[in-house]
Design a protein around this ligand. Structure first.
Ligand SMILES: Nc1ncnc2c1ncn2[C@@H]1O[C@H](COP(=O)(O)OP(=O)(O)OP(=O)(O)O)[C@@H](O)[C@H]1O
Length: 274
């Protein structure tokens, strides 16, 4: 990881963390005693959650439980909301990203985000991909390579290669969303945060996004907020169930869906509430 600041090593607690104490995969990011307040509203309560390298973690839970708030903390998007206080640590390779010395622009290069509604720039497909990387100075040749590589990785290349210089806004909603993912991966992040990326899309486009997420995990670590339980079960390796700002349960997806440890999780999964 490029240096955000000089890293320091933090000795994590062993209690009150995720249940996955036997997990041997490397941790890409972990939150330690994370609290978030919007003014008086305590939206995230003492959450300890790891994201394992090259895996997909689904964040699920009823509306208002804090999924998006949690996700936004992971690349400090909550900084933009006035009155928000974030406490606790979020460690990425030993660096606490909540440290005031963190270069937030660099951080967001390394932890990309894609939102619910596709939001391409009102520019050409090509420009959408190269706009940000160009700020960091890449040659014309490198730009062309990056455009093709990013569009291939998101399965868009064959669909758009003959109209790279036409407006991104003319693409379908599903294509726009894949372009937004291509734009995010063009920055070569370590982690990609997806906030309900398919909820505004039709079933075919949703299927493509799901397939894409499965492929991208070979290269990136992914956290995805979803309201769709089947989607979480299909595409994630780990699932975290939130309720009223608390992390109720975090486990391998196959375990959590088949044999949840907590009654609250079971009630949610079986549709008894939420
Ligand atoms: N900017 C804000 N100011 C004040 N309260 C907020 C703000 N954003 C979210 N909240 C509150 O924080 C809590 C968590 O909201 P959040 O949007 O993170 O939940 P969520 O699980 O993502 O919900 P949904 O599934 O409906 O998107 C809610 O009670 C919400 O009303």
């Amino acid at each position: 990881m490029e240096k955000l600041i000089t890293p320091f090593r933090f000795q994590p607690k062993t209690d009150g963390r995720s249940l996955l104490t036997d997990e041997t995969r490397p941790i890409q990011l972990e939150t330690l005693d994370l609290d978030v307040y919007y003014g008086e509203k305590h939206a995230i309560k003492q959450v300890n959650l790891p994201l394992y390298q090259n895996t997909v973690t689904a964040l699920i839970g009823p509306s208002g439980c804090g999924k998006s708030t949690f996700l936004r903390c992971l690349n400090r998007m909550n900084d933009m909301i006035p009155g928000t206080r974030v406490m606790g640590k979020i460690l990425v390779e030993g660096v606490n990203i909540n440290d005031s010395r963190i270069n937030v622009t660099q951080l967001r290069r390394q932890i990309g985000m894609v939102f619910q509604r596709p939001n391409p720039f009102a520019k050409s497909i090509y420009e959408n991909i190269v706009f940000a990387p160009r700020l960091y100075g890449i040659s014309k040749k490198e730009q062309e390579k990056l455009v093709e590589e990013s569009l291939r990785k998101t399965g868009l290349w064959d669909e758009v290669k003959d109209r790279l210089h036409t407006s991104a806004l003319a693409l379908s909603g599903g294509q726009q969303q894949r372009l937004c993912i291509a734009r995010a991966i063009a920055m070569k992040p370590k982690i990609i945060l997806l906030d309900e990326p398919a909820s505004a899309l039709d079933p075919v486009s949703t299927g493509k996004i799901e397939e894409l997420v499965q492929e991208l995990k070979n290269e990136f670590t992914i956290a995805i907020v979803t309201h769709n339980m089947q989607q979480a079960a299909r595409i994630s390796d780990y699932t975290a169930y939130f309720y009223m700002g608390e992390l109720i349960e975090h486990d391998r997806t196959d375990v959590l869906f088949v044999n949840p440890r907590k009654k609250e999780t079971e009630d949610y999964l079986t549709g008894r509430f939420g």
